[in-house]
Design a protein. Structure first.
Length: 292
């Protein structure tokens, strides 16, 4: 039996309200040379029962149950370890694919075989899409604000399985794991950019993102990671002068976020951000108001 072109990876934890629609959206898709891997992370509801009911009717659906709860990104790595497709594509258990979503993604990757992964870009509808960005072009596009490609959630990505394995999968950082992964992949491989993905990303109160949105540290983690990618990441593809300029902008925004927190969140949260940044107050004021 030949391996499928793509492995759709669905990690699941207590998603009985949404899982059936998620699975059905894959089965109803136009692209059918696939496998659907569902990895349950210790659900206490009917998620596993629902997944197995679908698997009993379609041999392309494989259901796995973790012995212990791994958490979001470690479970994404676990799901990828089962994949046999040339490409992997995450579809969270509370999201859905559009009918032609996988067709568009696979076609873009096949058009540019040198790419390591591809992302949907909602910034503009460019008739030239899909386009290929070199590592330096991808970084430049994101940090110039032209294409905020590194802000995309996993549903918007298609990744070559061998590229995913080559970078070691997700590091395990909560909330910012996909943001980090796009930086790492884009530094090593060209990136395909596609136009506005035909999928459904649900927003609801049970999402981890919703649970943490009120915490200022959640958004601040992205700034900390950006500082790291421009301060310590040896694979950053931009030349020194450009890296220095962008790092100055990131540090200015970071410092102003800390100071703005005094007004919006209060002293306790402001000190949390300050301590996470490892900056002194002098450095914060210098970064916020100096000439970076």
């Amino acid at each position: 039996m030949t391996n499928p072109t793509i492995s759709i990876l669905t990690t699941c934890y207590n998603r009985e309200k949404y899982l059936a629609e998620c699975i059905q959206s894959v089965l109803d898709g136009h692209f059918q040379d696939l496998e659907l891997i569902i990895v349950d992370d210790g659900s206490t509801d009917r998620s596993v029962e629902i997944a197995k009911a679908f698997a009993s009717k379609d041999h392309r659906i494989h259901v796995y149950e973790n012995e212990v709860n791994l958490g979001d990104y470690p479970n994404r790595n676990k799901a990828a370890s089962y994949a046999k497709g040339k490409y992997i594509k995450y579809l969270d258990a509370d999201d859905m694919h559009g009918r032609f979503m996988v067709d568009i993604m696979v076609d873009a990757m096949e058009t540019f075989p040198e790419a390591g992964f591809g992302l949907f870009d909602y910034g503009e509808n460019n008739p030239l899409f899909p386009i290929l960005l070199s590592p330096s072009e991808a970084y430049r596009a994101h940090y110039s604000g032209k294409h905020s490609i590194f802000d995309r959630s996993p549903i918007n990505a298609i990744i070559k399985k061998n590229a995913f394995d080559a970078v070691g999968g997700f590091s395990g950082k909560r909330m910012v794991g996909d943001f980090e992964m796009w930086h790492v992949l884009s530094a090593k491989y060209p990136t395909v950019i596609m136009s506005a993905g035909p999928g459904m990303y649900r927003t609801h109160d049970e999402q981890e993102m919703s649970l943490h949105r009120a915490d200022p540290m959640w958004a601040f983690e992205y700034q900390l990671l950006s500082v790291d990618f421009f301060s310590n990441f040896e694979m950053n593809p931009l030349h020194t002068e450009e890296k220095t300029k962008i790092l100055g902008t990131i540090k200015r925004n970071q410092a102003r976020t800390i100071l703005y927190s005094l007004k919006r969140h209060g002293l306790k949260d402001t000190f949390r951000l300050k301590n996470a940044s490892a900056l002194t107050w002098i450095e914060i004021f210098r970064n916020a108001f100096g000439n970076n």
